[in-house]
Design a protein around this ligand. Sequence first.
Ligand SMILES: [Zn+2]
Length: 107
Amino acid sequence: MANIKKGDTVEVITGVHKGERGEVKRVDGKDGRVVVHNVNMVKKHQKPMQGGRASRTQVGIIEFEAPINLSNVLLVCPKCSEAVRVGFRLDGSEKVRVCKNCGEDIK
Ligand SMILES: [Zn+2]
C-alpha cells in the first residue's frame, strides 16, 4: 500500500518547489513518482500540425505538471496541516495510514 494516494495533499520538501503544496493528480507507483496539481509546471512549445485537417490539439505554449519523485514530497496531514511521515496501523484486516506527527488516522 502506498503512502500517498490520488487526492491527497502533498508538500514538496526539496528543490526549487520546496514548500509548495498541491493535490495529487496521479501516482505512478512503478516509477515512484507523483503528479501534483499546479506544482512543478513545465512549459512546452507545441508546433501547429502541418497540413491536413484542422488540429484538435492546442497550439502554442502548453503548460503541464511534470512528475515529482515520491521521495521529494511528504503527505500533508488533514488534521494537523503539517507535512508528515506516514505510519500504518491495522484496523482489523485493513491497513490505515496514521500521521506520525499528531497520531490521527489519515483517510
Ligand atoms: Zn497530523
